[in-house]
Design a protein around this ligand. Structure first.
Ligand SMILES: NC(=O)C1=CN([C@@H]2O[C@H](COP(=O)(O)OP(=O)(O)OC[C@H]3O[C@@H](n4cnc5c(N)ncnc54)[C@H](O)[C@@H]3O)[C@@H](O)[C@H]2O)C=CC1
Ligand SMILES: O=C([O-])CC(=O)C(=O)O
Length: 330
């Protein structure tokens, strides 16, 4: 029996993500919370002939706590998306309070659940969840994840487009490390599962930039109507499916995620050596187990160009993390 919860389930990401989780046979109970519309979304999904029992909750009558009760997995796409001209960091002020309140509910109702944070700015919302859980004495760094899978999905797609064969996309794997905003997104193309086609330095730089700023492409195309929702739901469901398989006991599952490095002190030490700096949070490939993160993988061999990209990410990442510590109302 595995209970999954979506917080922000009536939104642009929340609804298709809930659909994909309802389609996952490993979920036996699916609980949907939002400040609006969840009874309708739940009624709709509940007619799909898959095992998960679906229930919708609203804030009235302690709906958040009821939604979260005994959850194994909580996915959080609640909050406000970007409009053209905004950075993800511009969302901090409005989304920080939303995430703080939802994390307080998790600390109370399901403190041992795996928590997958989608809401932006991920580089800061993950530390916010951690601080709330610490305040309640229930923080387990092995079970907190910032979802950076969309960067990995985009990298697979864009690389296979360059090969002129989208059929490759599902099998192309590119580790993407760092964080989830602009220059903090660092694709390690030298470690791609498939060699890149021969590219000029300009074309390689353009590919890296497209992976780093893929979110902007969608924000611009949606022209004020929000940011990526469907590709994010796909990516969130992919990552959640890996976590669900790990919860069920499958071994050897590795996926990049933005995590608190205390999840694996030995791995963190190696990573700090590679980065030349200690950070509290970083996105790296992590090995998943039934009790959470087993191991944070080292970066391994990277090119001089990739080392420059990593260096360019570090200050912004450190600022995004520090911002949470400096927030007095969290
Ligand atoms: N990690 C990633 O790669 C990505 C993250 N995002 C982020 O995901 C978030 C959601 O994006 P969309 O679904 O497009 O936005 P949306 O506006 O369509 O949906 C957000 C939902 O959150 C709900 N909500 C607001 N306050 C809430 C609260 N206190 N409790 C529960 N629900 C609440 C809203 O009612 C709405 O249904 C944004 O912050 C966006 O920047 C978006 C794309 C990719
Ligand atoms: O760009 C945004 O604001 C949404 C997001 O995180 C992405 O699409 O990667």
């Amino acid at each position: 029996m595995t209970k999954a919860v979506v917080l922000g389930a009536a939104g642009g990401i929340g609804q298709p993500l809930a659909l994909l989780l309802k389609s996952n046979a490993l979920v036996s109970e699916l609980s949907l919370f939002d400040i609006v519309n969840t009874p309708g979304v739940a009624a709709d999904l509940s007619h799909i002939a898959t095992p998960a029992k679906v229930t919708g909750y609203l804030p009235a009558n302690d709906g958040l706590l009821a939604a979260l009760k005994d959850a194994d997995l909580v996915v959080i796409p609640a909050g406000v998306p970007r409009k053209p001209g905004m950075t993800r960091d511009d969302l901090f002020k409005i989304n920080a309070g939303i995430i703080r309140d939802l994390a307080t509910g998790i600390a109370t109702a399901c403190p041992t659940a795996f928590i997958l944070v989608i809401s932006n700015p991920v580089n800061s919302t993950v530390p916010i969840v951690a601080e709330v859980l610490k305040k309640h004495g229930v923080f387990d760094p092995k079970k907190l994840f910032g979802v950076t899978t969309l960067d990995v999905v985009r990298a697979s797609t864009f690389v296979s487009e360059l090969h002129g064969d989208l059929g490759l996309a599902p099998s192309v794997v590119v580790p993407v490390i760092g964080g989830h905003s602009g220059v903090t997104i660092v694709p390690l193309l030298s470690q791609a599962s498939h060699p890149l086609p021969s590219l000029s330095p300009e074309d390689l730089a353009a590919l890296i930039k497209r992976i780093q700023f893929g979110g902007d492409e969608v924000v611009k195309a949606k022209d004020g109507a929000g940011s990526a929702t469907l590709s994010m739901a796909y990516a969130g469901a992919e990552f959640a499916a890996k976590v669900l398989r790990a919860i069920k006991g499958e071994k050897g599952i590795v996926a990049p995620s933005y995590v608190n490095l205390a999840a694996d002190p030995a791995g963190a030490k190696v990573l700090a050596g590679e980065l030349g700096r200690e950070l509290e949070y970083f996105s790296a490939p992590v090995e998943l187990g039934a009790a959470g993160i087993i191991k944070i993988n080292a970066l391994g061999n990277i090119t001089a160009g990739e080392k420059e990209l990593v260096n360019a990410a570090l200050d912004e990442l450190a600022d995004n993390i520090e911002k949470v510590r400096l927030s007095t109302d969290l």
